[in-house]
Design a protein around this ligand. Structure first.
Ligand code: NAD
Ligand code: 0WE
Length: 263
C-alpha cells in the first residue's frame, strides 16, 4: 500500500510505547512516511529520543505546548531538516491531576480550567498557526479527542470541557485553512490504558463498561487508532475535513447495548 510514501509528518505526544502517538507513528512509518517527533521537557528527552531511534525518526525536537517560543523554535528547527511538512499530529492533553477526581463541581478550579484548555485545546491552534508556512502545498492536521466532550463521564471533569473546545477548534481550523488545502480532523478514541490513563480512579471499571457496551465488545488498540490516523493524514482522505472520526468499537453509536439484554 504505502499510502504515505514521501510524506513528512510531525508527531507530538509520544511518551511511551503505549502512547496513542506511538501507534500512530508506527502505522505512518509502515506506510512510508518520514517522522519527526517532539518531547515536552528535559526529563522526557532521553525517553523520547530512545523511542525515536526505534522508530527511525528523522528528528527529535523539544516542544512544550505551553510555550509560544518553543513552538516557534520547533518549526524554525524543523525547517532546517525538511523543506515542507505534510501532516502534523497533536496528541497532547493535560489537566492537573486533582481535577480528574470526584464530582466536576467539587474539583473544578479557575487555574485547572485554564491549564486544561491551554494545553489540551489552544495548543492545537498554536501549532497549526506555526505549521502553516511549512504547509504551502497543503497538508493535514490531526488531533485526539474523547467522548467525554459530549457526555458527562465520571472523573473526566474539566477535560470534558477542554475536549469540547478542542473539537470546536477542529471545525474552526478546518474553516480557516481549507482554502490553503490544509485539512483538519480529530479521532475520538475509546479508552486505552496509556500513561495519561494510568492512576485514573476507576479506569478499570470504565474500561469494563466500555467493553460491554461497545458493539465490538472489546477495547480498541493504539494500532487501530494509528491506522485511522494514517488514513486521515493521507491523500486517501482528501475530501475529509472538520470531522471527528470515532475509533471506539461503535461505543458512541449505541443507546443500550444488546449485551445487557442478553445476560
Ligand atoms: P500519553 O500519556 O501517552 O500522551 C499524552 C502526551 O501529552 C504525552 O506524550 C505528554 O508528554 C504530552 N503532553 C502533556 N503536556 C504537554 C505539554 N505541556 N507540552 C507537550 N506535550 C505535553 O497518553 P495518550 O492516551 O496517548 O494521550 C494522547 C491523546 O489521546 C490525548 O489528547 C488524550 O486526551 C487522547 N485520548 C486518550 C484516550 C485514552 O483513553 N488513553 C482516549 C481518547 C483520547
Ligand atoms: O484524555 C484522557 C486523559 C487526559 C489526561 C490525563 C492525565 C493523567 C495525569 C489529562 N491530564 C492528566 N493529568 C495528569 O496529571 N483520556 C481520554 C483518558 C482518560 O482519562 C480519564 C478518563 C479517561 C478515559 C479521567 C477520568 C475518567 C476517564
Amino acid at each position: 500500500m504505502s499510502f504515505l510514501s514521501g510524506k513528512n509528518i510531525l508527531i507530538t505526544g509520544i511518551a511511551s510505547e503505549r502512547s496513542i502517538a506511538w501507534g500512530i507513528a508506527q502505522a505512518m512509518r509502515r506506510e512510508g512516511a518520514q517522522i519527526a517527533c517532539t518531547y515536552p521537557n528535559e526529563k522526557m528527552k532521553p525517553r523520547v529520543e530512545g523511542l525515536a531511534e526505534k522508530l527511525g525518526a528523522d528528528a527529535v525536537l523539544p516542544c512544550d505546548a505551553a510555550s509560544d517560543a518553543e513552538i516557534a523554535e520547533l518549526f524554525s528547527e524543523l525547517g532546517k531538516k525538511w523543506e515542507h511538512l505534510d501532516a502534523l499530529v497533536h496528541s497532547i492533553a493535560y489537566a492537573p491531576r486533582e481535577e480528574l477526581n470526584g464530582m466536576f463541581l467539587d474539583a473544578v478550579s479557575r487555574d485547572g480550567f485554564n491549564t486544561a484548555h491551554e494545553i489540551s485545546s489552544y495548543s492545537f491552534a498554536a501549532l497549526a498557526r506555526a505549521a502553516r508556512p511549512m504547509m504551502r502545498a497543503g497538508g493535514a492536521l490531526l488531533t485526539l479527542t474523547y467522548i467525554g466532550s459530549l457526555r458527562a463521564m465520571p472523573g473526566y471533569n474539566v477535560m470534558g470541557l477542554a475536549k469540547a473546545s478542542l473539537e470546536a477548534n477542529v471545525r474552526y481550523l478546518a474553516q480557516s485553512l481549507g482554502a490553503d488545502g490544509i485539512r483538519v480532523n480529530a479521532i475520538s478514541a475509546g479508552p486505552i490504558r496509556t500513561l495519561a490513563a494510568s492512576g485514573i480512579a476507576n479506569f478499570k471499571k470504565m474500561l469494563a463498561h466500555f467493553e460491554k457496551a461497545a458493539p465490538l465488545g472489546r477495547a480498541i488498540t493504539i494500532e487501530e487508532v494509528g491506522n485511522a490516523a494514517a488514513f486521515l493524514c493521507s491523500d486517501l482522505a482528501s475530501g475529509i475535513t472538520g470531522e471527528i472520526t470515532y475509533v471506539d468499537g461503535g461505543f458512541s453509536t449505541v443507546g443500550i447495548s444488546e449485551r445487557f439484554i442478553a445476560e
